[in-house]
Design a protein. Sequence first.
Lengths: 78, 346
Amino acid sequence: MQKLTQLAINSEGFVFNPATGDSFQVSQTGLAILNSLRDGKSDDEIAQKINDIYEVTLENARRDLADFRGSLKSLGLI
Amino acid sequence: MKEIIIGVSGINAIDNPGPGIGVARSLKEDSDLKVKIVGLAYDAMEPGIYMDWVVDKSYMMPYPSGSGDAFIERLLHIKKNYGLDCVIPNLDAELPIFIKYADDLAAHGIRTFLPGMEQFKLRGKDHLNDIAAKISISLPRTKIVTSIDGLLKAIEDIGLPVMVKGSFYKAYRCFTTAEAISHYHDLVAEWGYPIIVQQVVTGDEMNVVGLGDGEGNSLGLVGIKKLSITALGKIWTGVTVKNEKMLAAVADFIREFKWRGPFELECIVHGDEVFLIEINPRFPAWSYFATGVGINLPSRLVRRAFDLPVAPVPDYDAGKLFIRYTYELVTDMAAFQKAITKGEVP
């Protein structure tokens, strides 16, 4: 969690890691997930939020969240 | 404030740039410091000689070899004929002479702000084990060798590929023993013994430029990551970073060794592990990057050397981008003629 809270993120989804100098771009969905993770929301809360905003099924929202978590893990952020 | 005339070497702003132009620009950008820059050049083609908006006067210098008498005499000549209150040497090969003669130069009114000879030797590539152990930083497995037998034993212990490094300059990544032997001979011929054989570590190349006050305190530091480098391995684009572990190791280095003067710490960062690769006892060629993000280290050095007020160490933002670019200037051949015939420009 500490690594996530250190990230610098702008409103367009550009993410910069000040500890490593790495940068990447996330989609609006990714941005919503990232901000929710930084706020300490649970997976259920995040999936529900995606479900509310983007009109996807809860099942798809959970899958998107799992995929996104995989990406964050491969970047060493969680 | 009285004008200060500062000698700056390494004004070879070429594809393998010296640090001098970045240092001189930084000094000029401190509007409260009234400085004139004297470029100390070794070749009439060093671009800084012709960059009159940065370098006010240039002198050709003898190479800093042998006893150094001719080198010191040249500095005293500059002092007498133009004025020279301080020198910031920016090339590795000059440092032993400047350190050795620091007191003599000071007696003639030429100040420096450098580490002592013991500190200077300690950061040599063959002593990094001692430093790494004291500043909570990892060192790739390293062997110091002075013979082919030693080289072969080191390769056997470390395993290929290995880095084969000269004690002052140059490093080669070697994938075979034959390659390592070939580079060993090249390095011995060019830079002498010892040769450093080191484990290859992978990760992000991060560097820190810093300035120690000689009493264990930092006068400022900036951490960066190299985003792209040239074929010669020189930074072309970079970004400021705040890798806490690396910056903590640098603070330890300054405190533990009471480092006096500028330095560059080169690291490889892999996940949470920070490997120490090299410590350069001078400003790096990219040191203007620090000035650009608000930490003017050359200015702070001069202020400290002259007991002028030094503002508290400022912070910097991570995520600032550094982009080097090429530029051309056109001037008269008379300047070149002066450089090769008179040894000074203008």
